[in-house]
Design a protein around this ligand. Structure first.
Ligand code: SF4
Ligand code: SF4
Length: 485
């Protein structure tokens, strides 16, 4: 491989995700991983600090510092890393957890990804693409569950799923208003594309553009993506820069853990975040942490870099310390037990009631034939909402920032100015109230109203608290919806 020089400001993938720099980082982390004083210093740097004018701020960590914490094996220091992850989470996100659902549009795909059942050569998988009427029916089903925020997913296929098809689907999704329901934010997870297409997505009103890197290890990447346009590592890795050039401020990174050595992936992920910050002045909006799962034609045991639940939780905690302002997403790939553990490590978004097949929401029984992966957490959205509340998390369907045009670094400014409790918190409670009135089971309603009463009291500003309570009364007693701060 040609020697590239590490440069976070470069627009060339091999320079901002630099193999030599990652190897040096890992060697340095290995050499210092049990240096207790250095570990303490780094943990201390990551802790949230109050600002005299209100709110708090967090310094984050460099990829070297974060990699050292990930490598650390001193039990009490590892415990401390988990504590600080929770501290950061509580300081910036409080006890709110944002809820979303994936919506699979099409499993036609021309790529050859070895870990995904949608790969072109899988002839046992039936191929399906939703018509606009079918998109509408899926959205009605999702609204009837109570969802407000979707992530649309589609394979890459210029004939079956061109950008026009994706744009039509987005338009359809936003146009459906069934009973009191609506989808208020559509995040998009589609293949790397051109600046022009990103501009079209932005104009269509998308929330976050999500693209998983899968692996930052170039050689593995090329081997795991042997055919199709996704084989082009640089085109894929530089996609977020094109998305931002196309006007999309909110981008979501992710690694498919299990494909390569996790320490390498972790360093690459943090370097990618540093690169976005260095070039565009704003880091990733979200980071997802999926692990390879069983699916049609896919055996996770064929990938020998699987990680234990404990290591997985440590990765999540170290991400929380490294990029404190970035939302962290965990899907229903993970079991209820693992999801519960990750909530303590800084995860801020979860999916609920998910179906990972094309057209899955309109089927009575969970269909498996077009599933992208096995869903480990098969509970209904109502179960997930109640479960969150029973562990003292406020389920939030808030999409206020997107709708108010607060994109890019707005979450950071909300945090830094100490407005989280006056903004995110009432928004979470009002959207939870909508859920309780319109969709919840009696059992969930009972737990939910008690939580809203408790949590309203936490809003510091008296007038915000009063308005939030009035709005919640309006939601209870009328069809008025979509209040926000
Ligand atoms: S991961 Fe995406 S690009 Fe690869 S085969 Fe699956 S759907 Fe296609
Ligand atoms: S107000 Fe903005 S930052 Fe806060 S929860 Fe809502 S969308 Fe997120």
């Amino acid at each position: 491989m040609a020697a590239f020089k590490y440069d976070p400001k470069s627009l060339v993938a091999d320079e901002f995700i630099n193999d030599a720099e990652i190897r040096e980082t890992l060697a340095w982390a290995e050499a210092h991983k049990n240096d207790a004083a250095l570990v303490d210093e780094i943990i201390e740097k990551a802790r949230p600090r109050p600002r005299p004018e209100g709110g708090c701020t967090c310094a984050g960590l460099t990829h070297r510092e974060a990699s050292l914490l990930l490598a650390c094996e001193i039990p009490e220091k590892v415990e401390r890393i988990f504590q600080v992850a929770e501290e950061i989470k509580l300081a910036f996100y409080g006890n709110r957890i944002v809820i979303f659902a994936p919506l699979y549009l099409s499993n036609y795909c021309v790529n050859g990804c070895l870990y995904c059942p949608y790969h072109l050569k899988n002839k046992t998988m039936p191929r399906r693409k939703l018509s606009q009427d079918e998109v509408r029916a899926e959205v009605v089903a999702l609204q009837d569950m109570g969802h407000k925020r979707l992530a649309i997913e589609s394979g890459e296929d210029p004939v079956h799923n061109p950008i026009e098809y994706i744009l039509d689907c987005i338009k359809t999704i936003y146009s459906v208003h069934h009973k009191n329901g609506d989808i208020r934010r559509v995040n998009v997870n589609i293949a790397a594309t051109t600046v022009e297409n990103y501009r079209k997505l932005k104009e269509a009103g998308i929330g976050t553009y999500i693209l998983f890197q899968e692996t930052y290890h170039k050689e593995s990447y090329l081997r795991l993506h042997p055919t199709g346009p996704k084989h082009d590592y640089n085109w894929h890795t530089e996609a977020m820069d094109r998305a931002m050039e196309g006007g999309i401020d909110d981008v979501g990174l992710g690694v498919l853990f299990g494909l390569e050595l996790y320490k390498y992936e972790f360093a690459g992920l943090v370097m990618h975040a540093e690169h976005l910050e260095a070039v565009h002045g704003v880091g990733p909006h979200t980071i997802s942490v999926p692990r390879v799962k069983r699916a049609d034609d896919i055996d996770p045991d064929a990938f020998d870099n699987g990680i234990s639940d404990e290591t997985f939780a440590k990765i999540a905690a170290c991400i929380r310390l490294a990029v404190p302002y970035t939302g962290m997403i965990v899907s229903t790939r993970e079991t209820e037990k693992v999801r519960a553990q990750l909530l303590r490590c800084g995860v801020s978004q979860v999916s609920g009631g998910s179906r990972t097949s094309v057209g899955g929401y309109t089927e009575q029984e969970r269909p498996h034939e077009t599933e992208q992966f096995d869903v480990s957490d098969q509970r209904t959205l109502d179960d997930v909402v109640r479960w969150l509340m029973e562990s003292d998390h406020v389920p939030s369907f808030c999409t206020a920032c997107y709708r108010a045009g607060r994109t890019g670094d707005r979450f950071m400014s909300l945090c830094k100015t100490g407005q989280i409790l006056n903004c995110c918190h009432p928004n979470a409670l009002m959207t939870l109230a909508e859920y309780l009135v319109d969709y919840a089971t009696p059992e969930t309603k009972k737990v939910g109203w008690a939580m809203i009463e408790r949590e309203l009291a936490k809003i510091p500003k008296e007038n915000v608290r009063r308005v939030a309570a009035e709005n919640i009364e309006a939601i209870k007693n009328s069809d008025r919806r979509d209040f926000r701060f």
